[in-house]
Design a protein around this ligand. Structure first.
Ligand code: SAM
Length: 250
């Protein structure tokens, strides 16, 4: 049987594709792409003539069988999305799952991923983090989701559409408070790349006052929740009282 390669492509700067990714894309029998017209431009830039076939969220489940047949017949296939790593807020999950269930070898060819690029340069704690993908598009749903994350101690990472960035930051401020640190990472690897770290309240004002900040692609990082000093003071007090009581034990 053939191999299914899951290949990352650039998120902006076309230099961000590995030598291995280019070789695999050149050598496979077929490239399964989220949008064949979009990827045709990328392939022509690199002089790659491998045939492209559509594998997007609407046909992925049904058409997966077609790709599986090709794989079982011995053809190698590369799975790509429009930008970055497939399956990360992008199609590919069903195909990968079906291929693995069928005993097909699935090989990652790693590369650009917006959330990792953002985390690597944001300067927020990176030892533990959670990726929340896209928040619900409407305020009520978004706030409900954020409520569940209010006391999340790990760094939070969100993808957001540019036309929703301001309302999203407003909701983050409403739930997490104006003082919580955040970093907006916009247009990563592109000409107008901007990383701005500010407490949520100030970040909201900054975005509101500059419409350029409401354009392009963005990743939003929010520092995890930290127990307020007061809570620690209470537990210290509890410990002191316990200590006194222990001293009274016979
Ligand atoms: N699979 C991609 C990855 O590996 O990052 C993500 C695809 S998702 C449909 C697109 C979202 O990723 C955008 O709305 C934005 O939140 C984020 N994104 C992609 N490219 C970006 C870039 N160059 N700068 C900032 N954010 C980016």
């Amino acid at each position: 049987a053939g191999t299914l390669y899951v290949v990352a492509t650039p998120i902006g700067n076309l230099e961000d594709i590995s030598a291995r990714a280019l070789r695999v894309l050149r050598e496979v029998a077929l490239i399964a792409a989220e949008d064949t017209r979009h990827s045709a431009r990328l392939m022509s830039h690199f002089g790659i003539a491998t045939p492209l076939a559509a594998c997007h969220e609407h046909n992925e489940r049904d058409e997966g069988g077609r790709f599986l047949e090709r794989l079982q017949a011995g053809d190698d296939i590369a799975l790509i999305s429009d930008a970055g790593t497939p399956l990360i807020s992008d199609p590919g999950y069903h195909l990968v799952r079906q291929a693995r269930a069928a005993g097909i070898r699935v090989v990652p060819v790693p590369g650009a991923c917006a959330l990792i690029a953002a985390l690597s340069a944001a300067g927020l704690p990176s030892d533990r983090f959670i990726f929340e993908g896209f928040l619900p598009a409407k305020t009520a749903g978004r706030r409900a989701r954020l409520e569940l994350l209010r006391e999340e101690p790990r760094t939070l990472i969100f993808y957001e559409a540019p036309h929703r960035i301001l309302e999203c930051v407003e909701d983050l401020e409403a739930i997490f408070g104006a003082d919580r640190s955040a970093v907006l990472c916009r247009e990563l690897t592109k000409t107008f790349e901007t990383l701005k770290g500010l407490p949520l309240g100030q970040l909201r004002t900054w975005i509101a006052s500059d419409s350029n900040q409401q354009r392009g692609e963005c990743v939003l990082l929010v520092a995890g929740w930290q127990a307020p000093e007061d809570d620690q003071a209470i537990s210290a007090e509890v410990l002191r009282v316990l200590d006194l009581l222990l001293g009274e034990l016979p």
